[in-house]
Design a protein around this ligand. Structure first.
Ligand code: DGJ
Length: 533
């Protein structure tokens, strides 16, 4: 064997070993240089998600799921696991529905995020099995301030926690058995929009006793507060904070029990506190009425962060397309200790541009809700067009985009009413993004009818950029100079990514570059090489 063949052989052996080791790695959330990535088989992964409707994860219904999520160009499907189905009688588990879901997802080449519909679903207990619902003596419900039981299980009950924990741990054990090497399932949502609709906290005798006690010392210390009773420490927010404390502790224990069996990343989703639409003087969002009390709403994030370390991420469900609200929520939840992850959002076209906003904030994923053809939201061949256009554009280069986001090289510009021209700053190079067409000389860009133009620019090298967008024109320039001044476009290559490699199609020049790189709806992707003189 020649020296060269020995080197090649050793190198490929090394590659094989490395690839096998990577494939064996569990999906995990990592943080580096202040940025997050969901690592799947050793590489940053971008979740182009689609959440199916609540009653669609059944074998008989799944055939109505795949065509819609495929038409949307999603790479990951979020689907529920129902406690009432997997544990119909206490301690007896039936995973046939989960097995079918995992097998069907695999055969359709989708990853899965599984949603544990356990103790809580939208601030209620509707997915608890009948043996729990029918035995309130053993599995107590919350008691409202009027002394009445409501259809929410108490977070202060050890029996409730034990029952949920046991079921979730059994689910995770089963997933390890069926998916320990394939990693079809990427992560778990623990409960669904946990919290209480119907009361701000539990007023049962047991909870009342706890409420009168001192706030646990470790919790007060973690929040940098002075010791005292719940009322003394938290004043007007005492009831809600008390609920959030016991609930986050409960969910944390469920997640930890699951991780002990199979350590997938775990997150919670949040029914947000929205500003009510009534008269301004009534704009007070009441916990337990306007949203489930105890969830990780905007002002309770800190409580959950200090009290639920087994929860890797908190993801807001965003159903309001007001740009101020949407972008504010991305900023509120995208924190040094929490990645941007949007587990649910509206499927309408008005929500599509926020996918680009999330990418610009380093999101690990994004997932519109209600994506299947069960006639609840869509039927037949219908699918969410705006989101599908995004995913069709980004899907072929999702690995590249995830890598660039994690490296801090990717920026976006998203149109807003009155903000039809925006700057993206890469230091030595800047890009002016102008939204809407036609763009006449001597006039401001017209913007788009729905104010939803979007562009993505990522730096590949000192003078090299990846550029794409929808209803946007992108023109590079040096700081303080106009496009074309003391700079050249060396070449602007149109191409596409196929299995991670860039395939060149043609060079753009002349009208295709003289007024910026124009992206309408044709899904073009450009590698542009610049120079200065
Ligand atoms: C949010 C919940 O998390 C989903 O399960 C579903 O009920 C949607 N709301 C419906 O809009």
């Amino acid at each position: 064997m020649s020296q060269l063949s020995k080197v090649v052989c050793l190198a490929s052996l090394f590659c094989l070993v490395t690839l096998t080791a990577r494939a064996a790695e569990m999906p995990q959330l990592v943080k580096k240089d202040g940025r997050f990535a969901l690592m799947v088989d050793g590489q940053p992964y971008l979740i182009l998600g689609a959440q199916i409707n609540n009653s669609s994860a059944w074998p008989a219904v799944l055939p109505e799921v795949w065509p819609t999520v495929e038409a949307m160009h999603a790479n990951t499907v979020e689907a529920p696991v129902y406690w009432e189905q997997i544990e119909p009688t206490r301690g007896t588990f039936d995973f046939s529905v989960v097995d079918d879901l995992v097998h069907q997802a695999r055969s359709h080449n989708f990853h899965l995020v599984l949603l544990w519909f356990g103790t809580w679903k939208n601030g209620q207990m509707h997915y608890a099995p009948q043996w729990v619902k029918g035995d309130p003596q053993h599995y107590p419900r919350m008691i409202n301030p009027h002394g009445e039981p409501i259809d929410v299980l108490s977070a202060n009950s050890p029996a409730n926690l034990e029952a949920d924990k046991t079921a979730f741990a059994a689910l995770m054990r089963h997933l390890r058995e069926i998916d320990g090497t394939d990693h079809t399932v990427l992560m778990m949502q623990v409960e669904n929009e946990s919290g209480a609709i119907g009361t701000v906290r539990d007023f049962s005798p047991m909870a009342e006793k706890q409420f009168a006690e001192q706030v646990p010392a470790a919790f007060v210390a973690a929040l940098h507060r002075q010791p005292g009773t719940w009322k003394e420490v938290f004043g007007a927010d005492a009831d809600e904070t008390f609920q959030a404390y016991y609930q986050s502790k409960y969910v944390n224990e469920v997640a930890a029990a699951g991780k002990a069996e199979f350590s997938l990343p775990m997150y919670i989703n949040v029914w947000l506190s929205y500003p009510p639409a009534e008269l301004p003087e009534r704009r007070i969002s009441v916990p337990g009425l306007a949203y489930p009390s105890g969830g990780a709403v905007q002002k309770m994030i800190e409580v959950w962060k200090v009290n639920a370390p087994a929860i890797d991420m908190i993801g807001p469900d965003i159903y309001n397309d007001d740009p101020g609200f949407y972008l504010g929520i991305i900023d509120t939840y995208g924190r040094p200790d929490n990645p941007v992850w949007i587990p649910e959002t509206g499927s309408g076209d008005s929500f599509a541009k926020f996918f680009f906003s999330a990418l610009g904030k380093g999101a690990v994923g994004f997932s519109p809700f209600g994506i299947d053809a069960t006639k609840w939201t869509y039927s037949g061949d219908a699918y969410p067009k705006g989101h599908a256009e995004n995913y069709a554009l980004i899907g072929p280069m999702d690995a590249e985009v995830a890598r660039l986001e994690f490296a801090g090289k990717l920026k976006t510009a998203v149109e807003e009413e009155g903000a039809v021209r925006q700057e993206i700053d890469f230091g030595a190079w800047q890009a002016t993004v102008s939204f809407g067409f036609p763009q006449h000389d001597g006039r401001m860009p017209p913007g788009t009818k729905e104010h939803d133009g979007r562009a993505l620019v990522a730096q590949l090298g000192p003078n090299e950029f990846l550029v794409t967008g929808i209803e946007a024109s992108v023109a590079f320039h040096r700081p303080g100079k106009l496009p074309g001044q003391r700079m050249d476009i060396v070449h602007a290559d149109e191409g596409r990514y196929e299995n991670g490699s860039w395939k060149f199609l043609r060079i753009w020049n002349g009208d295709q570059t003289d007024r910026g790189l124009n992206f309408k709806h044709e899904g073009s992707v450009i590698h542009i090489y610049l120079d200065t003189f």
